[in-house]
Write a new protein. Structure first.
Lengths: 387, 310
């Protein structure tokens, strides 16, 4: 165990910090969940790419810097220290990107990764269906092989970014006689393909972050299939592992929230409750231990290890931590918590953050499903319904 | 930057775990409970493993290892609910004596001939010392009132708190394991009770709490070993997180055992009572939270994404 940064790592941190200080927008962007905000965030992705910061861990040939996971963590820490905006392309760079890196052909890597890193193609996920939420293996949307194309018919829902994004990815049933986890295939598709209808869904906060997708005989070339036909479930589980385990929610994001929470508490110390004070201390403790754990996972992967079912521990921890921190802020704000803008005109970001934090325990596999995974795969308890 | 244990550290930990699993099972705790609490043969086994000299410098007959190794072994002592005063003497007293330059007893400690219980002002009593006996809820914890006021050295307190935290994560691991094993074999309504989500989800929450207490303990051990200004805050963090994880797991484990958990017959109570004892020892939860408060809200410690290892 060596918890000191090397001089090279320190120099890298300084380089990121200087660039972020010079480029991160001084005022927060409009929320990503509306057209105006989406466009602002995509413009920011391209600014990032202009500094070659799109996805630092990818090989240079694919638009990255070929850096390791510790450097990625340093990058993320500095990104959130500077108040960097949410990543419009997080479905691409953090979920699909690593999946393509693991399962894609050389052609697919060369075709999809560089435009992703440059922020030119923004990706939406398309996992859930009306009848397949927590039970994702109940997927029914079909992709029928027709020569060198798949013809997709069906419906996806809760597709993050799909209201405005360019491309999507998801799993589809390619074997019509298959059941459950078998016969599914991971397919990438252009959201502007003929036959796709997007219906934005108005979310809790009133904006449109996700959408329903209707597929009416949408033709997708077979070369857009990732890994083999019928391998979709395994590929999707790997993507989910990246989502829950490491990349999607780097610790810097939560440490920045904890720091802001401490500052909020200090400003309201006189009227805040003792319970809020302890919650603020928990925020610091838990964001720190989340960071240590992430460094431990990164160190393990760099030494050749893999993320398994323990990713579910991670997902529960960060999602419930994020909700707790924002709930605490709402308690500290008291009567002001309900205001969309404060008296000084500033947006109540704690309110926006609190609403968003309520989605954390639901998306990326509900925390109930994660607890089942932990109980069955890590603790070895019998599967649900076992006699 | 590398947040992993070395192969040597993992091998050592594994060997201690296997040794204790083989020689210090629940049946040993029951025997000790009935026959005087301590057994020279168990102590001699620990001495022969080199554990009494783990932190004793090599020139005094020890292994000369550091606090990270000691914390890893302390966690194994917690897992086994070890009753012998190994942690207090070898992992708390020894580094404190070394720091103070009091090297006279080290060879005897390494050889297992001397045990050094150390009182601190926050602990009015000590385990395995000489003085007026008092009774702990933990039947295997030999407490005595210490006649004189203890030390007020914060380094001694940090060592005691760190090693308590390490034992607490090991205790928590063991209690979770016991609850899981019971839930697999106890059947009701025609199936193992562990198949019910009501139990699964509670046990999974314990696994989360333990998983995210451990890194705080390892980080605190490294911080105290390195001797930085902020080491005390990290020790307090470790103590609070490990204590919370252990108490949550204790309460969940007894619930999973149902009425059996409320009996003296089921093993769980040894681990649960040790957890209660260590949770309050070497600075209780409120004391450690206050120290974190002074650093975090008080502003002495830099916080934020760029200060993970401050």
């Amino acid at each position: 165990m060596d918890l000191a940064y090397t001089p090279e790592q320190q120099a890298f941190r300084a380089e990121v910090r200087a660039w972020m200080d010079a480029h991160v927008p001084k005022e927060p962007l409009v929320t990503l969940e509306c057209r105006e905000g989406y466009d602002q965030h995509v413009a920011w992705e391209r600014t990032l790419a202009s500094g070659n910061w799109g996805m630092v861990t990818w090989p240079e040939a694919y638009g990255g810097r070929g850096l390791d996971l510790i450097q990625w963590l340093i990058f993320e820490e500095e990104y959130f220290r500077a108040g960097g905006p949410n990543r419009a392309n997080q479905n691409g760079i953090f979920l699909l990107g690593p999946t393509i890196m693991e399962f894609g052909t050389e052609e697919q890597k060369a075709r999809f990764l560089p435009p992703m890193a440059r922020g030119e193609v923004i990706w939406a996920q398309a996992w859930s269906e009306p009848g397949a939420g927590s039970d994702m293996a109940a997927i029914q949307s079909k992709a029928v092989r027709d020569g060198d194309h798949y013809v997709i018919t069906g419906q996806k829902t809760w597709s993050s970014r799909a209201a405005f994004a360019d491309w999507g990815f998801g799993i589809f049933r390619t074997d019509p006689d298959s059941k459950r986890h078998k016969g599914l295939t991971f397919i990438l598709f252009d959201l502007n393909s003929p036959g796709i209808t997007r219906r934005p869904i108005r979310q809790l906060h009133g904006d449109t972050g996700f959408a329903e997708l209707f597929f009416d005989e949408v033709r997708v070339p077979v070369e857009n299939c990732l890994a083999g036909e019928g391998e979709g479930w395994n590929v999707a589980m790997a993507t989910a592992g990246f989502e829950r385990g490491l990349m999607l929610r780097s610790p810097g994001r939560f440490q920045a929230t904890a720091k802001r929470l401490v500052e909020l508490y200090r400003a309201h110390e006189a009227e805040a409750s003792p319970a809020a004070r302890e919650a603020v201390l928990q925020a610091w403790m838990q964001t720190q231990t989340y960071a240590y754990n992430t460094y431990a996972v990164a160190s393990k992967i760099m030494a050749g290890g893999k993320i398994g079912a323990e990713a579910s521990l991670n997902k529960i921890f960060w999602s419930e931590l994020d909700r707790m921190m924002h709930r605490t802020a709402m308690q500290i704000l008291g009567a002001h918590a309900e205001l969309k803008r404060f008296g000084n005109g500033k947006i109540n970001q704690w309110l926006e953050g609190y609403i968003f934090s309520l989605s954390g325990p639901i998306y990326a596999g509900s925390n109930e499903v994660q607890r089942n995974i932990i109980a069955e795969r890590l603790l070895g308890l019998p599967r649900v319904g076992a006699g | 930057m590398d947040f992993r244990f070395s192969d040597d550290q993992l091998t050592l930990t594994e060997s201690v775990r296997e040794y204790l699993a083989g020689t210090h099972g629940p049946e040993v705790l029951r025997r000790l409970d009935e026959q005087g609490n301590r057994d020279p043969a168990i102590w001699q086994g620990l001495v022969e493993m080199g554990l009494t000299g783990l932190l004793v410098p090599e020139e005094h007959g020890g292994l000369g290892l550091g606090l990270v190794e000691a914390a890893l072994i302390a966690a194994e002592c917690g897992r086994a609910c070890l009753a012998e005063p190994l942690v207090d003497t070898a992992f708390v007293a020894v580094p404190w004596l070394v720091r103070r330059g009091e090297l006279g007893d080290l060879a005897a400690i390494a050889a297992g001939e001397r045990q050094v219980p150390l009182p601190h002002v926050l602990n009015p009593w000590v385990a395995d010392g000489t003085g007026q006996p008092i009774q702990s809820v933990d039947p295997l914890r030999n407490l005595v009132m210490f006649p004189a006021a203890g030390s007020s050295d914060p380094y001694l307190l940090d060592l005691g708190a760190l090693m308590s935290a390490a034992q607490l994560v090991g205790l928590a691991d063991a209690m979770l394991h016991q609850a899981v094993e019971y839930a697999k074999i106890r059947t009701q309504f025609g199936q193992p009770v562990g198949a019910f989500q009501a139990l699964k989800h509670q046990l999974a929450s314990c696994a989360v709490a333990i998983e995210f207490a451990k890194p705080a303990v390892w980080r605190a051990a490294q911080a105290l070993q390195d001797g930085g200004d902020s080491a005390s805050v990290h020790v307090s963090h470790a103590k609070v997180a490990a204590g919370d994880a252990a108490l949550l797991t204790a309460e969940t484990a007894i619930q999973v055992h149902g009425a059996m958990g409320y009996t003296y017959e089921v093993d769980l109570h040894f681990w649960m009572k040790r957890s209660w004892a260590l949770n309050g020892a070497w600075g209780d939860r409120a004391w450690h939270l206050k120290r974190i408060d002074q650093a975090v809200i008080g502003g002495a410690l830099p916080i934020g994404p760029e200060h993970t290892f401050a």
